[in-house]
Design a protein around this ligand. Structure first.
Ligand SMILES: [Zn+2]
Length: 303
């Protein structure tokens, strides 16, 4: 008899990729649960990646992994950390460099925001100041401060497809590939890692939708396979801003202290998605078409 292919033998995968900057809150956990539901309901592996290039706080990773397991998530294979992968990011940059797609930028933040720009260029877009600096000028600037590396983009917008948002066209500028402190930025690390891990489904908060065209464009230049995007609504605090620690009891630990144990907190998050009490139960009835499209306003319990 031929072996039946199991989900775990397929390379396709979804993922959750938190930054270990503190404890996960209800909004982070809800996005993680959605990523798991999308992956598992489509027979994909589910991977966990720690995005610790920037904002790592001691002990946060262990606490996040513990809380993800506590709400019922499981994942395949080893957890990878971006801080272990710098050579892989540099290799991707070298590939673009070899194609003449990289240039040094010496601008400060203030110089970028004060620079004259085209009337319709999107806010925050790099105005191209250093794109064509003469070599002598580059040498002079290098002595003043280390340069960042930027992509010489040959488009100014790019279209991606999102399961919940449909086609989405957004701005692409000469994005940073390596910061001047030597750290690769999110836009580069995320596309390199998703491809390296065989991830073909990216479920994350819809605050990242606007940067997705940049990432998809960069992935196309690196010859990496396109992924399916699902940008899900965020959880907001009662002030209407993205949920944060200042909103009160928003982590599993704080909720438990306020008299809401983990199973109840898990059920509460699933209920906000119109889903039943535990992740396995939710998986049985999960239908992306029925997901709420609006943010969830979370009112933390008062102890
Ligand atoms: Zn510059």
């Amino acid at each position: 008899m031929l072996p039946v292919p199991s989900p775990s033998s397929s390379a396709a995968a979804g993922r959750y990729a938190p930054s270990p900057s503190g404890e996960l809150h209800v909004g982070n956990l809800r996005t993680a649960m959605l990523a798991w539901l999308f992956a598992r309901s489509t027979g994909r592996n589910f991977l966990l990646r720690i995005e610790d290039l920037d904002r790592a706080r001691a002990g946060a990773e262990a606490a996040q992994v513990r809380d993800l397991a506590a709400v019922g998530l499981d994942w395949d294979g080893e957890v990878i950390r971006q801080s272990d992968r710098t050579p892989v990011y540099l290799e991707a940059i070298a590939k673009l460099q070899a194609e003449g797609r990289v240039y040094e930028c010496f601008c400060t933040r203030a110089e970028i925001s004060d620079a004259p720009r085209a009337p319709h260029s999107p806010p925050g877009a790099y105005p191209g100041t250093c794109r064509n600096l003469p070599e002598a000028e580059r040498e002079r600037r290098r002595r003043e401060r280390p340069g960042a590396l930027r992509l010489r983009a040959d488009v100014d917008e790019y279209t991606v497809h999102d399961v919940l948002h449909g086609d989405y066209t957004g701005a692409v500028d000469d994005l940073v590939l390596l910061r001047n402190d030597g750290v690769p930025p999110y836009n580069l690390a995320v596309v390199v890692d998703d491809a390296a891990q065989g991830i073909d489904q990216v479920v994350r908060g819809d605050d990242l939708l606007s940067s997705t065209p940049r990432q998809a464009y960069l992935a196309s230049l690196l010859g990496l396979p396109p992924v399916e995007y699902v940008h899900v609504p965020l959880v907001l605090g009662t002030t209407g801003k993205r949920l944060a620690k200042r909103d009160g009891a928003v982590t599993l630990g704080a909720l438990a202290d306020a008299g809401i144990p983990v199973p109840e907190a898990t059920a509460m998050i699933l209920d906000s998605l119109g889903l039943p009490g535990t992740l396995p139960e939710a998986l049985e009835v999960f239908d992306p078409r029925k997901l709420p499209r609006e943010p969830w306003i979370f009112t933390p319990p008062v102890r």
